[in-house]
Design a protein around this ligand. Structure first.
Ligand code: PEP
Ligand code: MG
Length: 356
């Protein structure tokens, strides 16, 4: 409302990086902002030139940078942007692009297209994540009081085993010995993971796949807290910080006034990421982050310092994330991460990173 009171013609300075609006900024602030913008543009240009090279910290620690996509056609741009693999294929978007539920053959063709485009790079696919706030027009779901806390993700597909099996079969058939990783969304209990795993393993006896890993998304705090148990059984974890933040802070990720406070750099969320990474590494498993946080330049040093092995981001962020990794020294990032775990708010974490 206060923005509407600003006099017409007043110059505004919008800092999208920090999420700040300066009203009628003085000339010094304006000049600093212009310099910052020009520097950033130059950094991005330099980063783009190196987008196809792997990202290592200055002391040689490798962090993989993958892409998130929602349609099979997106794979070409992801690879062109420097993706080392697909870290999150949101298959519900493929379902939503069809006027009715795509059958097994239609799905197989879609998944094949992605694997073909990856030319041997790994594909991490998420099984159908609908329900709650993400309905499918041809798949009526009972109305719920709290859809975010309702029948969504793995809870829904386990209730519709025929749909889940068709998707898994299509995925297994598309693999042809290429590196396929399947993960299940919204897992909150060991039973859900085991049911999904057992279903996949049963189908795998029918459709053998040489290079398959099964994992879960860490999006529900209970899954992060159970990571020491789950890590013994899964091949990998991929942390969905969008939902993990929403459920940890009890803030609707799309809330019109509160969602800006749903910051994945909140130390409470970082604690859950820390538990997840420690548990995974204790059992020789890898951990990715595929929520928006992975693309936040201030979050990259913290995530690397916490030991995250792979960051999956939108195609346009790949070069910048890689460049950010190349600026870091692992020991320095680790110290930063420990400091971040010990403060009380996301703003304090952001200040720590800016002061680094
Ligand atoms: C997440 O929750 O962080 C995630 C990657 O899944 P989505 O944003 O599709 O819910
Ligand atoms: Mg999610």
């Amino acid at each position: 409302a206060s923005v509407l009171l600003i006099k017409s013609g007043t110059p505004l300075l919008l800092d999208g990086q920090r999420g700040r609006l300066h009203v009628d900024a003085d000339s010094h602030t304006l000049q600093r902002a212009a310099e910052e913008r020009d520097n950033r543009e130059q950094r991005l240009k330099a980063a783009a030139e190196q987008r196809h090279q792997a990202a290592h910290t200055t002391d040689g620690h490798a962090v993989e940078v993958f892409a998130n996509i929602g349609e099979s056609a997106g794979v070409a741009a992801a690879v062109e942007n420097g993706a080392e693999g697909i870290g999150l294929l949101r298959t519900e978007l493929i379902f939503m692009a069809h006027p009715q539920a795509p059958d097994e053959a239609t799905q197989e063709a879609e998944y094949r297209r992605v694997l073909d485009g990856l030319a041997g790079r790994p594909l991490v696919v998420r099984t159908l994540d609908v329900g709650g706030d993400k309905p499918l027009p041809y798949w009526p779901i009972a109305k719920e009081e709290n859809p975010f806390l309702g029948v969504r993700g793995i809870r829904l597909t386990l209730q519709r085993p025929l749909i889940m099996e068709a998707q898994l079969r299509a995925l297994l058939r598309s693999a042809d010995n290429r590196p396929l990783r399947i993960m299940f969304p919204m897992v909150g209990s060991v039973e859900e993971w085991r049911q999904a795993r057992d279903m996949t393993e049963r189908l795998r006896r029918e459709i053998p796949v040489a290079d398959l890993q099964l994992g879960i998304m860490i999006e529900v705090p209970s899954a992060a807290l159970l990571a020491p148990v789950l890590a013994k059984e899964v091949d990998f974890f991929s942390i969905g910080t969008n939902d993990l933040t929403q459920y940890t802070l009890a803030i609707d990720r799309g809330h019109p006034t509160l969602s800006a406070q749903a910051d994945g750099l909140h130390p409470a969320v970082l604690q859950l990421i820390d538990i997840t990474v420690r548990a995974a590494h204790a059992h020789g498993k890898w951990v990715g982050v595929c929520g928006e946080l992975a693309a936040d330049p201030l979050a990259v040093p913290v995530l690397v310092g916490l030991g995250v092995d792979e960051l999956s981001v939108s195609g346009r962020s790949i070069a910048e994330v890689k460049a950010r990794i190349r600026e870091l020294r692992l020991a320095q990032a680790q110290t930063l991460a420990q400091q971040a775990l010990a403060v009380g708010s996301a703003n304090e974490v952001r200040a720590l990173v800016e002061a680094m």
